[in-house]
Design a protein around this ligand. Structure first.
Ligand SMILES: *Cc1c(COP(=O)(O)O)cnc(C)c1O
Length: 388
């Protein structure tokens, strides 16, 4: 049946049934596949015929996941990797060469920052960071050797918003690839390809699995770019395991309803925090007080699950608050059914200098909440008692 509806595609995109006619996709735990004869083996190896050869190249579980995420993001092609960081690194390594340059938003994920600042320079690939809110600086940052504009929106952990339509046009004007890490929003909330992104990256570890169980990464976008990524990944080996692919594909069946509830809980929490007199600042894309509220409303279906706030009293008060939480978990993950609190200044972004942190919008007392799917009253009660 032909459909364009997100929920139906997320549930009904499924690999072919086996001879057992199973309803739910089985797990294909096999490292390699048997050929019918020498001729089929030759044809498959020479790419004349498509088929599974070896699970570093493809596996029915990873293929199902890739087919599904392509449909959900509106992409031509895709590839799956072992982790979100493998997706980020594979994209850079496959598409760039020595002498190339990346323009990135300053507030990228911590390990992406390390790839840009510590790893890629070893191979002569340089970058410039641009502050998300200084829009006129993006154009200035593009150099003759710039190949990629790399962004996250909403950003981590400041939940700043970048206008995808505007940046898509800028990338096109300078013939630079636009790569968007869509981890915070997920394709249910925002589809960057619609606005001109050439590639979209996911840490499937977060909302796509959504239950804090497995690691995974995805890259989707233009066919010719994915072909280069595929070549690099087939031979360098950051393959996603069939088990993780199976888990994430099953999880995508509930992505729509989970993102609705994450966003509903997060908005309620953000509104509650905004009224609290111990809170200095609250940032959530769908709060009218958010500096890029209009842009968020334009490109996002919902506000997502991440709320950040600054507690009065700085670092000390922030850490005291975290120590008093009873229900909410202190853990490095996000996008889980369980609500998670982190203090970026002392954890994920501790490797940045104080100055770099401030440039990224990470104030000392900033707390990031990944709002889970527990009852909102329990989430708010826990935060309220920890503030007392
Ligand atoms: C977690 C995360 C990554 C890295 O993903 P892993 O699966 O942990 O390797 C990349 N980008 C963002 C925005 C993330 O939150």
């Amino acid at each position: 049946m032909k459909t364009t509806k997100f929920e139906t595609l997320a549930i009904r995109t499924q690999s072919e049934r086996s001879q057992y006619n199973e309803h739910s996709t089985p797990l294909h735990l096999t490292s390699s596949y048997v050929f019918n004869d020498a001729e089929q083996m030759r044809a498959m190896f020479s790419d004349e015929v498509e088929g599974n050869i070896y699970s570093r190249f493809s596996n029915p579980n990873t293929t199902e996941l890739i087919d599904k995420i392509n449909l959900l993001e509106g992409a031509e092609a895709g590839w799956a990797t072992a982790t979100g960081m493998a997706a980020v690194f594979t994209t850079f390594a496959a598409l760039l060469a020595s002498g190339d340059h990346i323009v990135a938003c300053r507030s990228v994920f911590g390990s992406t920052n390390s790839v840009l600042t510590k790893l890629l320079p070893k191979w002569g690939i340089t970058h410039s960071y641009v502050d998300v809110n200084e829009t006129q600086k993006w154009e200035e940052a593009i150099l003759p050797n710039t190949k990629i504009i790399y962004i996250e929106t909403p950003t981590n952990p400041a939940v700043d918003i970048i206008d995808l339509e505007w940046l898509g046009k800028l990338a096109k004007k300078y013939k630079v690839l636009l790569v968007v890490d869509n981890c915070f929003a997920t394709p249910y909330i925002q589809q960057p390809i619609k606005y001109g992104a050439d590639l979209v990256i996911h840490s499937a570890t977060k909302y796509l699995d959504g239950q804090g169980r497995v690691l995974g990464g995805l890259i989707v976008g233009k066919k010719e770019l994915i072909a280069e990524i595929k070549l690099f990944a087939r031979h360098s080996g950051p393959a996603l395991s069939p088990f993780n692919a199976w888990t994430i594909s099953k999880s995508l069946e509930t992505l729509a309803i989970r993102m609705e509830k994450h966003s509903e809980n997060a908005l309620k929490l953000a509104e509650w925090l905004e009224k609290n007199n111990q809170v200095e600042l609250v940032k959530y894309p769908f709060l009218p007080s958010h500096p890029q509220y209009e842009v968020a409303k334009k490109q996002m279906k919902l506000g997502g699950g991440i709320v950040t706030f600054v507690i009065k009293g700085g670092v000390e008060k922030g850490r005291e608050f975290l120590d008093k939480l009873k229900l909410i978990s202190l853990t490095a993950n996000l996008g889980d059914t369980r609500t998670i609190a982190t203090h970026p200044a002392s954890t994920t972004h501790s490797k940045l200098t104080e100055e770099e942190r401030l440039e990224t919008g990470i104030l000392p007392g900033l707390i990031r909440i990944s709002t889970g799917l527990e009852h909102i009253d329990d989430i708010i009660n826990d935060i309220e008692q920890a503030m007392k």
